[in-house]
Structures are given as C-alpha cells and as structure tokens.
Design a protein around this ligand. Structure first.
Ligand code: NDP
Length: 281
C-alpha cells in the first residue's frame, strides 16, 4: 500500500539503529497483509529520548520498538507498563492508544518461544546459566523463572549488576536465582542443562570473542545465544563443534517481533516472512 496522509507510523528508537532488521521485517509484513502502516528507524541519542517519546504522543504514532540503550530509561517516560515489563524494568515495545503510551516487554516471551522451538522442550525443571545482567538478561531470567526452571545462575562481568538482577528476581518467583563469580563458572557449567549468552559478546565488532571458556561446554548442553548475526556466533560455532544443541538469537528476534506486531495490529504476524527478512539484509 502506498504511504499517504492516513498512513499509521510505527518506529524503532535506538542508538545506533542502522543495523536494525525490524524495519525490513515489519514493512514487508504490512505490505503482505495490506495494512496502511509504515515502520521507520530513528537514531536517538540518550539526551533526546524524552522529546522523542513525547513526539510519539504528539505526532500520533501507532507504536514503537525500543532498543539499546533506551529499554530501561524509557520506562519512566511512559504512561503505564504491563506487569512483565514492570518486573523486568525494561520495555522494547510501546503501544499508543489515543496518546497514552503503554510499555510491554516482548523479549521475554520471544526468548521462550525461540528456546522451546530450538531445544524441543520447555525450560521447566532445567538448571540454567545466564551470562550477562543487562536488559536482555533480565528478560531471559524473567522468562526462565516464569517457565518453572529449577534454578538459574547469573554470571556477569560487573558482578554488582548480576547481584542486583538476582535480588530483583527473588521477588518474581520461588525459583532460586543466584549470582556466581568467575571462579565458580566451571563447577556451575558442569551442572547445568542450559547456557544462555545474554551479553553483547559475539556481536559483529567483538568477532571471535566467546563469553565463557568453550571447553566447559559438553554434549548434552543446550546453548542459546541472544546475539544474532548472519552466521552462527563464535560461541554457537564452538558449542556446536562440541556436540551441544545450539539455538540462534535470530529466532528470538523473529518471535519478539511477532508479539509486537500482534499488539499493534491485532493480527498474527507472517512468521516465515519475518524469518526470511530477519536473516537477509
Ligand atoms: P546491555 O547493554 O543492557 O547489556 C550488555 C551486557 O553485556 C552486560 O551484561 C555487559 O556486562 C555485557 N558485556 C558487554 N560487553 C562485554 C564484554 N566485553 N565482556 C563481558 N561482558 C560484556 O545490552 P542488552 O542486554 O540490551 O543486549 C545484549 C545483547 O542482546 C545485544 O547484543 C542485543 O543485540 C541482544 N539482544 C537480542 C535480542 C533478540 O531478539 N535476539 C533481544 C534483545 C537483545 P557489564 O554489566 O559488565 O557491562
């Protein structure tokens, strides 16, 4: 459909944002489903985030995605957030309703769907290790405890941040969530079923970097990387070579986008089209 005076606008706010695959995915879906919507990307520096969010209201946007580094800062700028986004303390999807902005977090459910699809089972009862303690890690830990994981260990470069996440998570469920130090990584990794990289390590630019010693990975482990790239990340390549089940972050990107699309349009997203656009530039 041609962009016209009545076209609804959805955007992504991030910094940087040029690498984002979300515009290609959502615009292809709007065309596929004949919706009079368009999705654009805005590179917004931290200092301009409040005025950008105010612009969503004043310009009558349909909604938005929010990506790094704004997912946590945007929470205070919205009219309301749903329960999950409030717990996680991070929003990646905004729905505008007559100027009221409601924040959601679709990363948690997107992670869970991608994990279950790639692993072929739910994390219920699983012992899990999460690497990282930023916005993505908070969504991953929330998803794991809500799905009934047996226990979750969190390791992060900045251990105070891991401890803060674990302390917050203790209010989310009765699942034990514990911060661990580098010296404990070998022992804990040997005991877990699932390892999730939710650090930024593995993104293009940190090429070849791996977030934990790969000789700790064994056959029988499931290893998921939330970082996505055109090919497997170095962690997943190494884990695959050691016989582990590997799950790529691209599917999480697809699944979180499907949920956001449903919130904005009330429709089921064309998931195969999303997969196709998520993995090609
Ligand atoms: P944040 O900036 O909030 O957190 C980054 C995390 O990575 C922190 O735990 C940080 O540790 C750690 N980290 C960064 N660099 C290093 C390093 N050199 N060595 C060790 N640890 C490091 O980012 P997000 O949590 O929002 O995003 C993390 C990744 O997840 C990104 O690559 C993002 O693209 C991806 N992501 C993918 C999604 C998907 O749909 N597949 C959805 C959401 C995110 P510290 O606290 O010490 O700084």
């Amino acid at each position: 459909m041609e962009v016209g005076a009545g076209t609804g606008v959805i955007c992504i706010l991030g910094h940087p944002v040029r690498h984002s695959r979300s515009p290609a995915m959502h615009n292809a879906a709007f065309v596929d489903q004949g919706l009079d919507l368009v999705y654009v990307a805005f590179d917004v520096a931290e200092v301009h985030l409040p005025s950008a969010v105010e612009g969503l209201r004043s310009l009558g946007f349909v909604g938005a995605n929010v990506t790094a580094p704004h997912k946590e800062a945007v929470v205070a700028l919205l009219d309301e957030t749903d329960d999950l986004a409030t717990k996680i303390g991070a929003v990646n999807t905004i729905v505008a309703d007559h100027g009221r902005l409601r924040g959601h977090n679709t990363d948690a459910e997107g992670f869970l769907r991608a994990l279950e699809r790639g692993w072929g089972r739910s994390p219920a009862g699983a012992r899990c290790l999460v690497l990282g303690a930023g916005g993505a890690a908070r969504a991953v830990v929330a998803a794991l405890v809500h799905a009934g994981a047996a226990e979750v260990a969190v390791h992060n470069r900045t251990s105070a941040r891991a401890q803060r996440l674990c302390s917050d998570a203790s209010a989310w469920s009765t699942v034990p969530v514990q911060a661990i130090e580098t010296r404990e990584l070998g022992r804990v990794t040997a005991q877990v079923d699932l390892i999730v990289n939710a650090t930024s390590i593995g993104l293009a630019g940190t090429f070849k970097a791996i977030p934990l010693p790969v000789d700790m990975v064994r056959e029988g482990h499931a290893v998921m990387d939330v970082v996505y790239s055109d090919s497997m990340t170095p962690l997943l390549k190494a884990a695959h070579g050691r016989g582990a089940t590997v799950i790529e972050g691209t599917e999480m990107l697809v699944q979180q986008a499907c949920i956001a699309y449903g919130l904005w349009t009330g429709r089921d997203a064309p998931v195969e089209l999303f997969r196709n656009r998520a993995s090609s530039d």
